[in-house]
Design a binder for this molecule. Sequence first.
Ligand code: AMP
Length: 440
Amino acid sequence: MLFNELGLSAEILRAVGEQGYDTPTPIQAQAIPHVLAGRDLEGLAQTGTGKTAAFVLPILHRLMSTALNPSQSKIAPRVLVLVPTRELAAQVLESVKVYGKHTGLKSLAVFGGVSIVPQVGALRRGIDILVATPGRLLDHMGNRNVDLGKIQTLVLDEADRMFDMGFINDIRKIIAKCPKDRQTLLFSATFAPEVRDLAHAVLRNPALVEVARRNAPAEMVSQSVIRCDQDKKKDLLLHLFEQHGWHQTLIFCRTKHGADALAKKLEQSGVKTAALHGNKTQGARTRALADFKSGRLAALVATDIAARGIDIDSLPRVVNFELPHVPEDYIHRIGRTGRAGSSGEALSFVSLDERIQLRDIERLLKRELDSSVMPGFEPQQTRPTPKVATPVRRSSPSRNGEKPRSSPAGRSHPPRAGHAPRSGGGKPAGATYHSGQRQR
Ligand code: AMP
């Protein structure tokens, strides 16, 4: 199928063509006809699948084809896109502007961390599409800067993240101010029970569009683990930067402090780096992202929340400097790479203390990850592998109802040819590969 078979207006097709896209991604091919027909939609899709254009394109088309009521208040937008983070708000707005550049429609993003004054001015001048994070939108609603009474289409993007970040009450307040007969589109990477409940409450007879297996990472991402002691991780990372000349590497830390410390160390060692986390000003975050996207920075060290929605074409690599505590965050993290058809690499540094997190992630993935050690960085802290497979001790309830697994004896994963820390295909030349000694 081609974009020009979807019934989108010439102005929109022109902008899509200018981006170099002629074929819709699966979520676009499935979702666009429903949205054009005015139906509600429940979309199970991660970032990286093309989901933004899946809702932006048909929304632009519908706005172009429905004339403005001349009596309509200027401060009443017709489309509201609610997103969990500032970065995602900025990126959705960018998509709206790119795809809508020949439509004459007006759009704006409102989010916290920046002055409210220019936002008020822009709202008063009148806009068609408002992209917003919940907190700042509620501020504007409280000050009567915006009226949601004329919303025709409401989009809830990354609904699972809205819950994770504690926005659900804000979301409910906002939805209550939108007209009941609106169209609603809800997107989520996972359909946790609370997301399902929200979908039942706000969607009317929705079309269901699902493009990824539940909790499945992008197919194009090769994932592997390097076992390493926690206190050697910085040196290991530097070694890999030096050895492979890495560029555009997104590195995840669990804490803001950890992200700052690592960014400092990399920068001091000559790797152009910035840290991205919630304590940075909006200006610093925007600058860091722009520098990283343009390739001026080789490394961006981020925390989970700050990295939500980072959208970089062909990001080659994600490094989990520390594993996340919540296994679903691993999926979100590695979803930054291997997007829209390009391949990517996700490398996790795992210390002995992180074996429980690794086990939970592997359960969620329903597979074991390739695991190796780097010569010179072999873990000093080791645990003997039990000769007889025994059930793994559980520290937390299983998230997906799977039974605890034991490591199958003698199982080995062939290393991926061209994988960065190993040279060449076949048995890795530089790394010791312990298929029978998995750290669990
Ligand atoms: P998203 O899932 O919306 O974050 O989009 C992921 C990436 O895919 C973005 O960089 C888009 O520019 C890109 N993209 C969106 N639609 C297409 C398409 N039809 N063909 C190729 N790339 C696309």
